[in-house]
Every structure is written in structure tokens, then in C-alpha cells.
Ligand binder design. Structure first.
Ligand code: G
Ligand code: G
Ligand code: MN
Ligand code: NA
Length: 255
């Protein structure tokens, strides 16, 4: 409860921050964009991990204003960095909770953020977990179709860990599969994980979806993913999630 009150205050006082983890194009090794990850530098408890406050925010409903702030800040930042890099396109991925999607006005609020920040819809990717594809299917489908109509892209986060049926991939307008890092972790070590990763990459390809591998920490994993034809990657091997100033410099260096 204390954390809940603190979070409301933190949001009101603008104390939350975004860190950014680069996304690398495996064909060119270029930084093509970032995933925005929220951080809460708490005045007395130190840096609080999103895993410790996002679930609370989801229960209390604070995820709605919090998620809106994240979206707005990430888009604003993407436009700023892209302009500083002479207009080089920058893709920005933002995590979205099912609770946000549940709101009837969600697509409208995303449209407003795009208009206010000048972010090109095609460069914004909304990430959601497989649970979105399982619960309240009709209502969620309608929301995803509305979001797609804005021109943005949709990704399934932590792909392979949920319970969604593969049939849903056909039904829902998904553009990108983010391969969960638990598969990547044991790439080349456990044959089954290697086979599963390869299968997800092929699945993506055959459905016309792009694939992003998460949690790359070693060169061997990178090499294996390249060989499989995985399109993009994130992970500590390239960079941890970093503060905005650092991320801006990283993007400019790659110009
Ligand atoms: O950096 P990492 O500890 O950032 O993130 C932990 C978890 O918190 C991840 O599952 C990530 O998807 C989630 N997360 C990070 N930022 C956000 C956010 O802005 N919104 C939502 N809904 N989840 C987030
Ligand atoms: O669920 P989601 O994919 O949005 O969360 C991303 C989470 O993964 C964040 O907590 C981020 O800090 C973490 N992460 C990103 N890259 C790596 C990595 O290479 N190794 C590990 N262990 N965690 C990572
Ligand atoms: Mn994510
Ligand atoms: Na993920």
C-alpha cells in the first residue's frame, strides 16, 4: 500500500524515468531503435525494478496513466534523437499491459500521442504478451485492429512462454515475434532450445513476421541467430538498458 501511494506521487511529480535497450539489425549490426523500459528511482528505496511495481500498477489501474506517460516520453525521445541524427529513422518499442488495451479509448490515446509528438506510426511498435491473445479474444482483437489502422506495428513479447494457440497468430494482426530470452539463453547448449528458436524464426518468416531475439549475452548466440536468419536482436552482449543520455549518444554514433 505504501508503494502504491508512493507510485501515485512519483507519477504526479514526474519521478519515473525511461531506460532504453538498443535493438540491433542482425544483417547490418546497426542500432535501428530501442525498447523503452520504465525505471523508478525511489527517494529512499533506491532504484525499483518494474517487476516490483508494474504488477501493483496493473492491479490498481495506475498502469493506465503510467503507460500513457511511457508512451508519450518514448515517442518524444525517438523524434528528438531521429532529428538529431539528420532524420535517420528510429524504431521505438513500448511495452503495453493488457489493462491498457482493455480501455475502450486506448487506440484513440495512442493516436493522440503520435499526433502530439510527431512520431511516425510506422516506427512505433507496441509489445504485448501472449496473454492478450488468450483473454477476451473478440474485444482484444477489435482493439488490435484499431491500433493497426493507425499504421503502427504490434509485437508479441516473450514469445514461446505463454499458452496462446498458433491459430491466434493468423487471427491477430501481429507483425513481430520477440523470442523469449529463456530459449536464447541455452542456444547451442541445449539441442531442444536451439531447435525451438530455429522453429520460431521459421514460423515468423513463413507468416511474414519479423523476429527479434531477446537476451543475447554471448557471441555464440549471436552467430547462431544470424545463421537462422533472425532479423533483430537485443541483449547485454550489445547493451543493457541505458539512461536516455547514453542511448542518444549510441544512436548518433551509429549514424
Ligand atoms: O528492465 P526490465 O527489468 O526492464 O523489465 C522488467 C519487466 O518489466 C519486463 O517484463 C518489461 O516488459 C516490463 N516493463 C518495463 N517497462 C514497462 C512499461 O513501460 N510498461 C509495462 N507494461 N511493462 C514494462
Ligand atoms: O519482458 P521484456 O522482454 O519486456 O523485458 C525485458 C527484460 O529483459 C528487462 O528486464 C531487461 O532488463 C532484461 N534483459 C534485456 N537483455 C537481457 C540480457 O541479455 N540478459 C538478461 N538476463 N536480461 C536481459
Ligand atoms: Mn518487452
Ligand atoms: Na520479452
Amino acid at each position: 500500500l505504501e508503494l502504491e501511494n508512493d507510485l501515485r506521487g512519483a507519477l504526479d511529480r514526474g519521478e519515473l524515468r525511461l531506460h532504453y535497450q538498443p535493438t540491433i539489425d542482425l544483417a547490418t549490426s546497426q542500432v535501428v531503435g530501442f525498447e523503452a523500459l520504465v525505471r523508478w528511482p525511489h527517494p529512499t528505496r533506491g532504484m525499483i525494478n518494474p517487476l516490483d511495481f508494474i504488477p501493483i500498477a496493473e492491479v490498481t489501474g495506475q498502469i493506465v496513466p503510467l503507460g500513457h506517460w511511457v508512451l508519450q516520453e518514448a515517442c518524444r525521445q525517438a523524434v528528438e534523437w531521429s532529428a538529431a541524427a539528420g532524420g535517420r529513422p528510429l524504431k521505438m518499442a513500448v511495452n503495453v499491459s493488457v489493462r491498457q488495451l482493455d480501455r475502450a479509448d486506448f487506440a484513440e490515446s495512442v493516436a493522440r500521442v503520435l499526433a502530439e509528438t510527431g512520431m511516425a506510426a510506422g516506427l512505433l511498435c507496441l509489445e504485448m504478451t501472449e496473454s492478450v491473445l488468450m483473454t477476451d479474444t473478440e474485444a482484444n482483437l477489435e482493439q488490435l485492429v484499431r491500433l493497426k489502422a493507425l499504421g503502427l506495428t504490434l509485437a508479441i513479447d516473450d514469445f514461446g512462454t505463454g499458452y496462446s494457440s498458433l491459430a491466434y497468430l493468423r487471427r491477430f494482426p501481429v507483425d513481430t515475434l520477440k523470442i523469449d530470452r529463456s530459449f536464447v539463453e541455452r542456444l547451442g547448449v541445449i539441442a531442444d532450445d536451439t531447435a525451438l528458436t530455429d522453429t520460431i524464426v521459421r514460423l515468423g518468416k513463413s507468416l511474414g513476421m519479423s523476429t527479434v531475439a531477446e537476451g543475447i549475452e554471448e557471441f555464440g548466440q549471436l552467430a547462431a541467430l544470424r545463421e537462422m536468419g533472425c532479423g533483430f536482436a537485443q541483449g547485454y552482449y550489445f547493451s543493457r538498458p541505458i539512461p536516455a543520455a547514453e542511448a542518444g549518444r549510441l544512436f548518433l554514433e551509429g549514424a
